[in-house]
Design a binder for this molecule. Structure first.
Ligand code: BGC
Length: 427
């Protein structure tokens, strides 16, 4: 007989997506321009993506087939505010309609306001390196939240500020393609932290003014495990630096409103908590080997030789999810939402075990008293995977890039059964 273990009756299973990765059709954001320059893999372009903009009903139907309780979707800022201060009522009406369809289907929305892409006009002003980005962001948030607040309780202000900034200003592979520009990384990081802190208060205020409660606002943090190789001294120091500059300045800043060096100091908006949940996007671990290169924080990110990996060569390390839930709960005491977790696996040979092993770690955390409340699998269907274009396949649903034909993968059906029964079973 199959052994099954239950999740709590109020646990929510979901899927996550991002606007630029699935919608198609928008020419007004920085990723459109980046694709025009031919930057992503083999010239792949986000202009088509999954054509989700025109296939909302079909995609919600697929979510229903997967028995999804909650859907994390993104808004495309550049559609909603095509020019600074000019808002497009049709764009916001489209999102309102999509959210209404979700609610009718019994699916609870979790809305992300910023997920890697900026309107072109903001990009031209230096994006988040420009202090004015904070006010622009708040202006857009106010418009979007006013328009949707009666329908949406749960919000993510910003997705993975660390990845967005590291890829754009250090690695130089996301727009604006700057390499090793640490100054811009920290400048923009400071502005994103300040943007989140004010957006947190604003969203709560806008809903409270309409007598709407409860409201949940948080950040989707990209968290990795940085593990020092054989606990060697230099590797340990380097791992601390990675934790500080890649994770802690964002965690402390956005959760507790505390600016840490080099973003600033003190609590500019008071000593409070600025998150109602801890959003964790978890994919992998890095083994840090000591190195004498200060530009890589005295470390080299590597893998153990026997490490299982996905199609992109990322280590599959489920225990890391438990470790993060435990350390985040210890530090911040907030309920935990796993806002992304998934695997690049075109052949669909890894995904079922990946899902099983990661959910198993969540059950372990829950058994230890850690309030893990939601899990969003990344992602609903194969999409535009940023620099990997259409070559990297993370979907529970296969999507044919040419015909847009969607086909649920066996792993999708597996996840659908887990979600339906709120129970984990091995295949
Ligand atoms: C991002 C997603 C991305 C996923 C897989 C996360 O870093 O939030 O947009 O597609 O990882 O690469």
């Amino acid at each position: 007989m199959e052994e099954t273990r239950n999740f709590p009756a109020d646990f929510l299973f979901g899927v996550a997506t991002a606007a630029t990765q699935i919608e198609g059709g928008d020419r007004n954001n920085n990723w459109f321009q980046w694709c025009e320059l031919g930057k992503p893999h083999q010239g792949d372009h986000c202009i088509t993506a999954n054509d989700h903009w025109n296939r909302v009903a079909e995609d919600i139907g697929l979510m229903q087939q997967l028995n999804i309780h909650t859907y994390r979707l993104g808004l495309e800022w550049s559609r909603i505010e095509p020019q600074p201060g000019q808002f497009d009522p049709e764009a916001i009406a489209h999102y309102r309609d999509e959210i209404q369809q979700l609610l009718t289907a019994g699916i609870r929305p979790l809305v992300t306001l910023h997920h890697f892409s900026n309107p072109l006009w903001l990009e031209e002003q230096g994006a988040w390196t420009n202090p004015q980005a904070v006010d622009h962001f708040l202006h857009y948030v106010e418009y979007a939240v006013r328009a949707l607040s009666d329908l949406v309780e749960d919000w993510i202000t910003i997705n993975e500020p660390n990845v967005y900034l590291a890829m754009g200003y250090i690695e130089g592979i996301f727009p604006p393609g700057k390499k090793g520009d640490m100054r811009s990384y920290f400048r923009a990081a400071r502005h994103m932290v300040l943007g989140h802190l004010q957006a947190y208060t604003l969203i709560h205020r806008l809903r409270a003014e309409r007598g709407l409660a409860p409201t949940r606002v948080g950040v989707a943090h990209h968290l990795r495990i940085f593990e020092p190789f054989k606990n060697r001294w230099l590797a340990c120091q380097s791992s601390k630096l990675y934790n500080h500059f890649f994770q802690d300045i964002f965690l402390e800043g956005m959760t507790q409103g505390r600016l840490r060096w080099p973003l600033g100091s003190g609590h500019p908006f008071g000593e409070k908590v600025f998150a109602d949940f801890m959003g964790i996007n978890y994919y992998s671990r890095d083994i840090i080997k000591g190195s004498f290169n200060p530009w890589t924080l005295f470390g080299k990110r590597t893998l153990l030789p026997e490490a299982p990996t996905n199609d992109l060569g990322w280590e599959i390390y489920p225990e890391g999810l438990y470790t993060l839930c435990q350390s985040m709960y210890q530090r911040y005491g907030l309920p935990i939402f796993i806002t992304e977790n998934g695997v690049c696996d075109a052949a669909d040979t890894l995904r079922r075990a990946f899902i099983y092993d990661h959910l198993d770690q969540l059950l372990r955390a829950i058994a230890d008293g850690i309030p893990v409340q939601r899990y969003y699998h990344w992602t609903l269907m194969d999409n535009f995977e940023w620099m990997e274009g259409y070559s990297a396949r993370f979907g529970l649903i296969h999507c044919d890039t040419h015909t847009q034909q969607r086909t649920i993968r066996p792993s999708g059906n597996y996840y659908g059964r887990i979600s339906r029964d709120r129970a984990l079973f091995r295949l």
